[in-house]
Write a protein that binds this ligand. Structure first.
Ligand code: URA
Length: 211
């Protein structure tokens, strides 16, 4: 089946799932190309995203989208979504049970799209793929979880909070095209792969969770 049609069906399924939390907010499913190579995943929609029913359209989103364009990429050629697909009240962090409830849908969205590289934005999203990772230590490193290459980055809202974080975000963003090439050529050098010491077991859990 066409990926776009499969995604539409998945969106309808989420819309009709009354077991999901946060149903008082709008569904923000995600947007971009179903044939994308790069898949960005944030935490949860905020005020502006809820209003427009589009991911990353507020201040942090504009910042992210500017960096995407500055790489010479088009926003519509990548895919942008969140783990939790409805806004938590007052923009609070998503609760563990909200993440638990929405994540099977993220896994299916990823399976349909099958991107070359996944870029989690911030620690909530990163820990879904890599439960043992720490954002400041591991952002900008390329991991493999199951069949997917993962390069976590700081959340753009965190990058907007200070010069160091902004520099870190910019440096990691500049590395994305090379990481993508590496992922597309499936060049995985086990020896050079970042280790997550004494937490290998949790890495396996991450794989089991995704698939
Ligand atoms: N922050 C997120 O994590 N996602 C959005 O869509 C907007 C802000």
């Amino acid at each position: 089946m066409d990926k776009g049609i499969e995604l539409k069906k998945l969106e309808q399924e989420i819309a009709g799932d009354d077991t999901l939390p946060l149903r008082e907010s709008n569904l923000v499913f995600g947007e971009g190309s179903p044939d994308c190579e790069v898949f960005f995943v944030g935490e949860a929609p905020g005020f502006n995203e809820d209003r427009e029913k589009r991911p990353f359209v507020g201040r942090a989103g504009q910042f992210l989208r500017k960096y995407i364009r500055e790489l010479g990429w088009k926003e519509e050629d990548v895919y942008i979504t969140n783990i939790v697909k409805r806004r938590p009240p007052d923009n609070r962090d998503p609760l563990p049970e909200e993440i638990e409830n929405y994540k099977p849908y993220l896994a299916r969205q990823i399976e349909i799209i099958s991107p070359s590289i996944i870029v989690p934005l911030g620690r909530f999203s990163m820990n879904y793929f890599l439960p043992a990772a720490k954002i400041t230590r591991d952002q900008g490193k390329l991991f493999k979880a199951g069949k997917y290459f993962i390069m976590p980055m700081l959340h753009p809202a965190a990058a907007l909070r200070g010069t160091d974080a902004m520099n870190m975000f910019a440096e990691t963003f500049a590395k994305l095209p090379r990481a993508l090439e590496r992922a597309k050529n499936n060049k995985w050098d086990e020896a050079a792969a970042p280790a997550l010491p004494e937490e290998g077991k949790k890495q396996e859990d991450a794989q089991a969770r995704l698939f």
